[in-house]
Every structure is written in C-alpha cells, then in structure tokens.
Design a protein around this ligand. Structure first.
Ligand code: TA6
Length: 296
C-alpha cells in the first residue's frame, strides 16, 4: 500500500492512495477534497473521501451477486505504473482481482474465466497549477462483451461547514438535466433552467443529461472558492449530487462527527441506461478536470 504525492512548481499538490487508486488530496491555496477524519486507509474498506473510483456498477449490483456496492475498482490495490513530479498512472486487471464471488455474479472469477471476460483499467492523474485532471480508461481485453458503469465519486470540501447554507453553497450547470431523486423516489422532472442545485438534508440525486451530452460543465460554489468541474466521457455524462445529511452520516462509522456539513459529492459518471455494453476490444473513458477558482 503506497501513497504517491505529486507536486507542482506553483505549490499545488495531490496525494493518491494505491488502494483503489484513490486521490485523497488536491490542494492549491487550500485543500479542495474532503477526507473523513475516520476514513479507513488500511485497505480493509473503500476510502471515505477523496475521489473513489466506481466500476463496473454504480450503487448496489442489480444481479443477484456478491459484487460490492459501487463495484470492485475502489476496493482493490492498483499498480503504480509510472509517475513524475506532476503525473501518476495506475492499472488494475480483472484477472488480478478477487472480485465478488457467487454463482450468479457475472464478475466472479470463476464465471469470468468461463465467460472469457477480462478488463484492463487504467487511471491517469495529472496535476497543474490550479487543476487536477483524472482519466479512467476501461479496455475490454477479453472475448466477451460486458455491461458497465463508471463514475468518479468525488468528495469536495466545503469550508465553514456551509454545505446546507444554500445562499453560499450550490451547484450550477445541471439545469435542464432530468432528475432521479433517490431520497424522495421522484423522477421524471428536470432541474429548471438557470436554477442551481442546493443541498437540503439528505440529498441523493442522479442528474441525467439531456440530448445524451458526453460532456458536462458544472460549478460548485462554496463560501471561499468555486470549483469548476468539467467531465467528458465516451458515453453520455450523468452527474450524482450526494450528501448524507446528519442522521445518515452519523450512522456511517467512517464519517467523523459533523462531516455532513463539510462536503458535497459531485460525481460525474457514464451511467446512461444504467449499463453500457462494452464489446471485446472496445474502450470506454471518463475524464474529470477540477479547476480551483480562488474568487473570495
Ligand atoms: O453516490 C451516492 C451514493 O450512491 C449514495 O446513495 C450513498 O450510498 C453513497 O453513494 C456512498 O456509498 P458508499 O458505498 O461509499 O457508502
């Protein structure tokens, strides 16, 4: 288990934990990512904070399988292939993964071998003076097509414990996206044009792109700075906005007290139609650029 630190001559920095290839810090004049004080960093469970990688499923697996919630990418050790002062590249091969097992789990190693499924994940992290670029690439290196989703589960730090202060913390750029609200179970309506997204108690919404847009420009506004989040992918880009609220956060053993007031998750992903089918030899990608705008 290693933590790789990237440093830019301007003073910005980034830290990446090899477990899940999880970026756990991106700082310019201040830290921009949230990492719970009680995050488990010993490889025994997904890291609570930073940018966990979600693949091949977002959320619980729909197949009667033992696939872990949000898939296996974030709960396995990735290999650091190369790094420079400001870049790092990781890989993870399915063949090296003890993915969820079970007779119906299409991703269990036994069925993978039987079905000839194999996948090579690559993850590249690049640090600039005021930005962090992360790119996840999925290559179907096997003989069988498989269904997939991929998402960057980014936890953004919100200063002054202001996640629920809707006059100072809100998200722009998701207007006109159609909403699936996992708290109210409502779906079918869109974020009104020009209306920002705000956090109200437990917030868990999937914003699906209109017209199948394969890029998204979102801005997270917080009391001390804005973050421009640009995402692009090989398929339509959805965006999840999540905050557990006080009660749900308290029930999470790896969330420190009051953590729900310190972060908002804005999570770009390729989730369209729940699953994307990747044919043998094909490749999918998901790229996110986080740019810190020191505006206050
Ligand atoms: O991205 C939002 C979400 O799917 C929420 O429903 C919540 O489960 C969150 O992810 C955290 O999931 P985790 O498995 O990391 O506790």
């Amino acid at each position: 288990m290693t933590i790789t630190t990237l440093r830019h001559s301007s003073g910005s920095s980034c830290k990446i934990h090899s477990f899940g290839a999880t970026v756990i810090s991106f700082a310019t004049d201040r830290e921009h990512l949230f990492l719970s004080n009680d995050a488990i960093l010993d490889g025994s469970k997904a890291i609570r904070g930073g940018i966990p990688l979600v693949f091949p499923v977002f959320g619980p697996s729909t197949a009667p399988s033992t696939m872990p919630q949000h898939g296996f990418a974030r709960v396995n050790h990735w290999d650091l292939i190369e790094s420079t002062e400001t870049t790092a590249s990781y890989t993870l091969r399915l063949a090296d993964v003890t993915a969820g097992r079970g007779e119906h789990n299409p991703w269990s190693i036994e069925e993978v071998a039987k079905n000839g499924i194999d996948v090579l994940l690559k993850y590249e992290v690049s640090l600039g003076a005021d930005y962090l670029l992360t790119t996840l690439t999925v290559q179907n290196t096997g003989k069988t097509a498989f269904d997939m989703e991929a998402l960057l589960h980014s936890y953004f730090a919100v200063p002054e414990k202001a996640t629920h202060d809707n006059s100072r913390t809100f998200i722009t750029g998701l207007d006109r996206y159609s909403i699936v609200d996992k708290v109210t179970q409502e779906s079918g309506h869109a974020q009104p044009e020009g209306e920002p997204v705000v956090i109200s108690g437990e917030t868990d919404r999937v914003y699906d792109p209109f017209e199948g847009k394969t890029s998204a420009q979102v801005q997270l506004v917080t009391p001390q700075r804005n973050l421009d989040i640009t995402a692009e992918g090989s398929n339509a880009i959805s965006c999840v906005v999540w905050n557990p609220g006080k009660e749900k956060a308290k029930a999470m053993p790896d969330m420190h007290d009051g953590a729900h007031e310190e972060f908002v998750c804005v999570e770009p992903g390729i989730l369209t139609d729940r699953m994307i089918r990747l044919e043998p030899g094909d490749e999918a990608f998901l790229k996110q650029t986080i740019k810190a705008i020191v505006n206050k």
